[in-house]
Design a protein around this ligand. Structure first.
Ligand SMILES: *Cc1c(COP(=O)(O)O)cnc(C)c1O
Length: 388
């Protein structure tokens, strides 16, 4: 029997596993059946069918995700965006208003600013690192406050406690995209957030081989999101549930190693004369360092920086790397490198990017599990081969 007092690694391995094991199988088998014999279910959401997110594969991985974030319930979804859009559409309706952080994941920002207004839902953007003017943005129809644990690509950490308090004081549903922190670094439910959202594509799966999402929170709220999801259709197929279930067991091992590597790389970069503007919440120079220490159990595995010599040098430097793969996305066990202006933030206009501090030469590194010394010597040789 699993106890609350068991460590995260123990929970990652044992929580949600079928009891008794199915035919004694140590690894959760894939239930590749779209529908199931009718068993007297009285409610639509209880009918056993893949789209209704209730096959044995869904139940096992959903239980595991809820336990590791110390929450009551979880729902897995076909993508991170599906987790985000379905959650927002569950708690917002025509005439409602939400407050959201001013630098959000690109897909989320586009959905909130371009799609939601088509349904009569409006938004004001706030700086989640400074709560002083939030109250002036509040409207009688404000229903939701939305933040991200660590922002992309400048890696700021909000005043997370203030977001929770503001939501409670004003009866708002608080939602947080916890993708960049992962359940290893932050448990939104423990601090008091209503819903934690994930792109499981990133750290939770960690092997760059599936796209998936999750919504984690209290029973009542997850039931509502599940009903909405059952209509909107963003369910995860059992094969992807299986891969996610297999991968999440090593989440803490991977995350700790990736954070350690990122810390070493951030120090190397900060001390290198050819590197500028290193962003990593673990550095004392980071504007978010104190908040990261206060709220997170580690500083994450993303590092952003600029090389002296601007965009031309950035491109040449990246071409010289042998280990980091030039690709968008993040959180996998292989190190990836990208320029957000060309990938994650290419949907913004150059002036919007400039305002947000995302220059054309900004480089974002998603640090993997390779040996830190190997990654650092690769960065070093690429810097030495190029000049500003
Ligand atoms: C990738 C990402 C998403 C979207 O997830 P998908 O799985 O690609 O749909 C949402 N939020 C953050 C912070 C992300 O990094």
């Amino acid at each position: 029997m699993l106890k609350n007092s068991h460590s995260l690694n123990t929970k990652l391995v044992h929580a949600g596993e079928p009891d008794p094991r199915i035919e004694g199988a140590v690894s959760m088998p894939i239930f590749q059946s779209s529908t199931y014999e009718y068993g007297g279910e009285r409610h639509y959401d209880d009918i056993r069918y893949i789209r209704l997110n209730n096959t044995p594969n869904h139940k096992a991985i959903q239980k595991k995700l809820a336990v590791i974030e110390c929450a009551e319930s979880a729902l897995v979804t076909s993508s991170g965006m599906s987790a985000i859009t379905t959650s927002l559409l569950t708690f917002l309706q025509q005439g409602d208003h939400l407050l959201a952080h001013n630098t959000l994941y690109g897909g989320t920002a586009s959905f909130i600013l371009e799609d939601l207004p088509r349904y009569g839902i409006t938004c004001d953007l706030i700086d989640t690192t400074d709560s002083s003017d939030w109250i002036t943005m509040l409207q009688p129809n404000t229903k939701v406050i939305y933040a991200e644990t660590v922002t992309n690509p400048l890696l700021d950490v909000p005043e997370l406690g203030a977001v929770v308090d503001f939501a409670k004081d004003n009866k708002l549903i608080s939602m947080i995209d916890n993708t960049f922190a992962s359940p290893v670094l932050f448990s939104p439910a423990e601090l008091g957030f209503d819903l934690s959202l994930h792109s499981c594509t990133k750290y939770i799966n960690g092997h760059s081989d599936i796209v998936a999402g999750a919504v984690i929170g209290g029973d009542d709220l997850i039931k509502k999101v599940t009903s909405r999801m059952n209509h909107l259709g963003g369910s995860l197929n059992p094969g992807a549930c299986f891969l996610l279930h297999r991968a999440v067991k090593t989440l803490e091992l991977r995350m700790i190693r990736q954070c350690e590597n990122a810390g070493q790389i951030a120090s190397f970069l900060e001390n290198h004369p050819e590197i500028q503007n290193v962003k990593y919440p673990g550095l004392e120079s980071s504007a978010s360092h104190e908040r990261a220490k206060k709220y997170l159990c580690g500083f994450g595995a993303m590092v952003s920086f600029e090389v002296a010599g601007g965009e031309t040098r950035a491109k040449k430097f990246m071409d010289q790397l042998n280990l980091a793969i030039d690709a968008p996305s993040l959180g996998g066990l292989e190190t990836l490198i990208t320029r957000p202006a060309l990938t994650s933030h290419s949907g913004m206009s150059p002036s919007e990017r400039e305002k947000a501090g995302i220059t054309d030469s900004l480089i974002r590194l998603s640090v993997g599990i390779e040996l830190a010394e190997d990654l650092i010597s690769d960065l070093d040789q690429a810097l030495n081969k190029t000049t500003s």
